[in-house]
Design a protein around this ligand. Structure first.
Ligand code: PLP
Ligand code: COI
Length: 353
């Protein structure tokens, strides 16, 4: 693939790394690639960062044909930049595309686009501890017509944002509210796809939780509201009686790259990991009898996010005295160690740019 590059004549000042939040500052360029059902993919290009101009009848604005990914480029101590398991994001994006009737992106072309784009934006990868360059590939349906059907025109883009650690004071335990009204996704729906609509549907419960002083909600399954699914926009894991239990990928749960990596790390260290249905009843019983030892969310943005309190129907349960658990901390250290090149990457997960 021949990517045409137009350099930004007015590159922005790099931000002070201590002021980085999450996804507020964008780099100097965008990768863009267009698709038409007859022509296929055409005109791959890297252009100066700019606002998009789309037709008011564009599919995405009416029918939500949008998917995205999230991965990071990390600055190692030797100055090189590396990605963490990008092939997993590439494959998940194609699975999301299949679900939403958006076009497939050839894996090698996607990888080339990512690496060429990151090379151009390499200076934007910060080096301060906990910082990285968050990459946001996304695709949307762009037909200029109001008919409802699989898209005939689409656009794929990659933007990037230098980010700090997700939580200001490092990894502090968060308070989570168990949501038993709204659901995030149902089997047969789009829960396993990373599509914008899933997040739009999550906002109401998230807002309600925030108003009551909670960071996120714990989602239950959409059919019986009986089984644990995810926490906010992260996968969730519990250490119960020495065993790590995480909801199985039932179709309504996003298959997280961090989740998969943690399972691999745990198994390599001899931990017992169970991917299975975990009911709210079982969790409540484990909280009540003290066998719930640790709980954490996991995802690219925060890596690992310890859960210090769970609230269900106004009943509050404290997890591990509201402190970060030993295993939670260990997992954070191992994963971030590999991501920033401080730990040996014995799994072969990192890709140097
Ligand atoms: N679940 C949801 C709903 C998410 O949005 C994310 C974040 O990307 C995850 C889980 C974690 O996935 P990953 O570890 O690939 O970032
Ligand atoms: C994650 O990376 O864990 C996320 O949930 C990303 C979010 C901003 C959609």
């Amino acid at each position: 693939m021949d990517i045409k590059v137009t350099r930004n004549p007015n590159p922005a000042e790099k931000p002070d790394p201590s002021t980085l939040g999450f996804g507020k500052i964008f780099t100097d360029h965008i990768f863009m690639w267009d698709w038409n059902i007859d022509k296929g993919w055409y005109n791959p290009r890297i252009v100066p960062f700019e606002n998009l101009s789309i037709h008011p009848g564009s599919t995405v604005l009416h029918y939500g044909s949008e998917i995205f990914e999230g991965l990071k480029a990390y600055r190692r101590a030797d100055g090189k930049v590396q990605l963490f398991r990008p092939i997993e994001n590439i494959r998940r994006m194609n699975n999301s595309a299949e679900r939403l009737c958006l076009p497939q992106i050839p894996e090698e072309d996607f990888m080339q686009a990512l690496t060429e784009f990151v090379k151009i934006e390499e200076d934007w990868t910060p080096s301060a501890p906990g910082t990285s360059l968050y990459l946001r590939p996304f695709m949307f349906g762009n037909d200029e017509s109001l008919g409802v059907h699989a898209v005939h025109n689409a656009r794929f883009l990659i933007i990037a944002s230098p980010v700090g650690s997700y939580y200001k004071e490092g990894i502090n335990p968060v308070k989570i509210m168990i949501e038993d009204e709204d659901v995030r996704a149902v089997r047969g729906g789009t829960g396993y796809a990373k599509c914008g609509g899933n997040y739009a549907a999550s906002n109401r419960a998230g807002e309600r939780a925030e108003q009551k002083g909670y960071s996120q909600v714990l989602w239950l399954d959409g059919v019986e509201r009986k089984y644990i699914e995810e926490v906010g926009a992260m996968n969730v894991m519990f250490k119960i009686n020495g065993v790590v239990v995480t909801p199985m990928l039932s179709g309504s749960i996003l298959p997280g790259v961090t989740r998969k990596s943690i399972i691999d790390v745990l198994k390599s260290e001899g931990y017992q990991v169970e991917e299975r249905l975990l009911s709210l009843d079982e969790l409540v019983a484990a909280m009540a009898d003290g066998t719930l030892e640790e709980a954490w969310g996991c995802g690219t943005a925060a890596v690992v996010s310890p859960i210090g309190e769970l609230c269900y129907k106004d009943h509050k349960y404290t997890v591990n005295n509201g402190e970060i658990g030993e295993l939670t901390q260990h997992l954070y250290d191992i994963l971030t160690g590999i991501q920033w090149g401080k730990e040996e990457d014995k799994f072969g997960w990192t890709v140097e740019i």
